[in-house]
Design a protein around this ligand. Structure first.
Ligand SMILES: Nc1ncnc2c1ncn2[C@@H]1O[C@H](COP(=O)(O)OP(=O)(O)OP(=O)(O)O)[C@@H](O)[C@H]1O
Ligand SMILES: [Mg+2]
Length: 459
């Protein structure tokens, strides 16, 4: 289990600055481990200290929570608090977030189990494809006289399994080996085989537009239609792989483990929580906002929610609320809910220096993303120090002059900057080095790109 310091270090690889928020989530995560070391009696007394992240848009609130969950493979979902409506009204009920978390947990656990059986499933898939590629053995069986079925069991056995001579057996064996060799060499990818597939039967309930949750619950209970379908090997492989994997995992086991994992390690990111905080006496809308808060309260406090996989306790799920809190304040939330989010961290506006770092430092930095994206099209993209400073400066100014959209601005700026290169790169040329320098940024972000000046930057 990672220490808080290690967690912060790991988050540093993706998120620039925002130390306070990183520390808070790192402590919250470590506290879960600490709690798990305690006696059961004491453990039940200690529930997670939920966090509210306050801060403007695009400064890393969601990113921190998402990365945190990823670090420890915790089931994680993000929900908008504004999506919910009071019980009894049309809209999503708050318990659906717990059901979504369980679904996510099932997906995670199933992935892990699928990985465990991967090599076995791959071998079985290959064997099945080979069988399907062989000339159908059944066709060559001598036709069975129906009368034989009615006469004594001895003859039935004989006709079910026609005896192959040693020579025939040997022939099939070598054909099988030959086919396997050609399959492995990738020569049979376009051969057509017939496999059994499950048809996703559109449930009539979904069609009528009634609540989605109900539809998905019933959807699983409706009998699945199976039918034979012809397709090339390349297309059949993933389907067979799925079937072979599923055969090898115990879904009851998956469900049980996933439920525990969601209960003990789940993280729910409640976005736009500021939008359901309304100071009283401001008219009709506030009444329902407070209603939503009252509905959320028991879930955050700890209750049991029933899902189609079984009941789940919400006591130990970590909730991270987030919002800009421009209009409303945390103190506008109902007191009980405030009490359930005792940790408040404020994320700061990003500086020009932050932008510069965000452009280059994170493992998934946007400059690295573009470079990777263009490589298949034979473009070796790089940026001079100069250019990066210019982009950061430009993005920062754009945020000041227009709407402040935080680090998201970098994406739009980069998109504008590289639009023409993205459009023109087509892979039909030898590998070219494209170096973006300060001058390119200046001319490009300010004026239109012309055919003439691109050549200066293609070395
Ligand atoms: N401090 C940061 N370091 C690195 N990247 C960042 C940082 N802040 C934001 N980003 C990038 O900007 C994008 C938007 O950030 P994020 O989703 O965390 O915004 P947010 O704070 O949740 O905003 P909102 O209130 O609009 O939801 C992400 O793709 C993220 O990679
Ligand atoms: Mg967000």
């Amino acid at each position: 289990m990672m220490t808080p310091k290690q967690i912060v270090d790991a988050l540093d690889r993706y998120i620039i600055g925002q130390e306070e928020a990183k520390r808070a989530v790192a402590i919250a995560l470590r506290n879960r481990y600490r709690r798990s070391c305690l006696s059961e009696e004491l453990r039940e007394e200690i529930t997670p200290k939920n966090i509210i992240m306050l801060g403007p848009t695009g400064v890393g609130k969601t990113e921190i929570a998402r990365r945190l969950a990823k670090l420890v493979d915790a089931p994680f979902i993000k929900v908008e608090a504004t999506k919910f409506t009071e019980v009894g009204y049309v809209g999503k009920d708050v318990e659906s977030m717990i059901r979504d978390l369980v679904e996510e947990s099932i997906r995670l656990t199933k992935n892990i189990k699928m990985n465990e059986v991967k090599s076995a499933a791959e071998a079985a898939t290959e064997a099945r494809i080979v069988e399907l590629l062989l000339p159908n053995a059944k066709k060559h069986r001598p036709p069975v006289n129906p009368l034989q079925y009615l006469l004594g069991s001895g003859t039935v056995q004989e006709s079910e399994e026609p005896k192959q001579t040693e020579e025939e057996k040997e022939k099939t064996r070598s054909l099988r080996e030959q086919t396997l060799g050609r399959l492995r060499a990738g020569l049979l990818e376009n051969e057509i085989i017939e496999i059994e597939v499950e048809e996703s039967s559109a449930s009539p309930i979904l069609a009528m537009g009634v609540d989605m949750d109900l539809g998905s619950v019933l959807g699983d209970m409706l009998p699945k239609k199976r039918k034979q379908k012809k397709m090339p090997v390349s297309q059949a492989r993933p389907i067979l792989m799925q079937q072979e994997s599923e055969k090898r995992i115990d879904m009851d086991d998956v469900n049980r483990l996933a439920l525990i994992n969601a209960e003990q390690n789940g993280i729910i990111f409640l976005d736009e929580i500021d939008k359901i905080a309304g100071a009283a006496n401001r008219g009709g809308a506030d009444v329902s906002r407070e209603g939503v808060q009252r509905d959320i309260l028991p879930i955050v406090e700890g209750t049991t929610v029933s899902t189609k996989y079984g009941p789940i306790k919400t006591d130990f799920i970590l909730f991270i609320g987030a919002g800009a809190f421009h209009v409303s304040k945390v103190s506008d939330l109902i007191p009980e809910l405030q009490g359930r989010f005792p940790i408040r961290v404020t994320l700061k506006d990003l500086t020009e220096e932050d932008f510069y770092n965000i452009l280059t430092q994170p493992d998934n930095a946007v400059t690295k993303q573009y470079a990777a994206l263009l490589r298949p099209d034979n473009v070796n993209l790089s940026f001079t120090e100069d250019a990066l400073r210019e982009i950061a400066k430009y993005a920062f100014r754009a945020n000041e002059q227009n709407e402040n959209i935080g680090a998201r601005r970098l994406h739009t700026v980069m998109e504008n900057l590289l639009n023409d290169i993205s459009f023109n790169a087509n892979g039909q040329h030898p590998l070219i080095d494209v170096v973006i320098d300060g001058e390119y940024v200046d001319s490009h972000l300010d004026s239109e790109w012309t055919e003439d000046n691109i050549h200066k930057y293609i070395l």
